[in-house]
Design a protein around this ligand. Structure first.
Ligand code: CAA
Length: 260
């Protein structure tokens, strides 16, 4: 069977996506980005998937960046095309109508850190290392790093990380808010699954609308953002799951959401 650079598996209502080029520390080449795009599309269309976990194969890396061997001889046109592809796929993850948890099991560098930042929640193993080393390679971060890093950890910290290209460990990533929590390596996937399952127990449409409201709202002024919140709040009352959630509460019974 053909070896895949991106593997999709399903566990109940959870999809696990694994970047699978461990010999190259899961570096993102064009082929891998295209496969990731296809897998995201499959997840997008699967109504049974309520939450997604994204991780890297092997012991060493989540993703050690965009593929340097592929980029080395790129022309301006090719560089732009490659950047556009990465940005398109990562934006698709950011806009995916399901929550995405990045389980960061090792090196999370360059395009890997950018991929992690396009996810909704990041958790890391104590072995993970983070950084945007691009300036040391003569380039800028090209898959969203110059934009999402500052939004996530603030402009000063983002500039320090990006200008120096230094690597930080998981505890420092936790301290600056780049990741939400840190676990021993052998516990990471268990914790990712527990987190995904605790989200998947809630009404999927409500979770989707929460993601949309947070992502959209952060980009605009507070009045526009609150108007959007009011819109999606109202929309919830058209769902069966709202009736079910509130009826179950009143009747003091377990709820049974149907994603409708
Ligand atoms: N691209 C291509 N191959 C990579 C890679 C990358 N980003 N990162 C690692 N590899 C390959 C290595 O070339 C090596 O392959 P070979 O065995 O065939 O030589 C293999 O993975 C193992 O790597 P190392 O031998 O280097 O492992 P190490 O433990 O000594 O070092 C590391 C680990 C510190 C992560 C080091 O591999 C490294 O610095 N990698 C590059 C990190 C980086 O600069 N990432 C940013 C890329 S640019 C980018 O991402 C642009 C963007 O924003 C879009």
């Amino acid at each position: 069977m053909e070896e895949k650079n991106v593997v999709l598996s399903k566990e109940g209502n959870i999809a696990v996506i694994t970047i699978n080029r461990p010999k190259a520390l899961n570096a993102l080449n064009t082929e891998t980005l295209l496969e990731l795009n296809n897998v995201i599309e499959a997840v997008e269309l699967d109504d049974e998937v309520y939450a997604v976990i994204l991780t890297g194969a092997g012991e060493k890396a989540f993703v050690a960046g965009a593929d340097i061997s592929e980029m080395k001889n790129m022309t301006v046109v090719e560089g732009r095309k490659f950047g556009k592809l990465g940005n398109k796929v990562f934006r698709r993850i950011e806009n995916l109508e399901k929550p995405v948890i990045a389980a960061l099991n090792g090196f999370t560098l360059g395009g890997g850190c950018e991929l992690a930042m396009s996810c909704d929640i990041r958790i890391a193993s104590t072995k993970a290392k983070f950084g945007q080393p691009e300036a040391g390679l003569g380039i800028t971060p090209g898959f969203g790093g110059t934009q999402r890093m500052a939004r996530l950890v603030g402009m000063g910290m983002a500039k320090e990380l990006i200008f120096t290209g230094k690597m930080i460990d998981a505890n420092e990533a936790l301290r600056i808010g780049l990741v939400n929590s840190v676990f021993e390596p052998e516990k990471l996937m268990e914790e990712a699954r527990a987190l995904a399952n605790s989200i998947a127990l809630n009404a999927p449409i409500a979770v989707r609308l929460c993601k949309s409201a947070i992502n959209r709202g952060i980009q605009c002024d507070i009045d526009t953002a609150l108007m959007y919140e009011t819109e999606v709040f109202g929309e919830c009352f058209a769902t069966e799951d709202q009736k079910e959630g509130m009826t179950a509460f009143v009747e003091r019974r377990a709820k049974n959401f149907k994603n409708r």
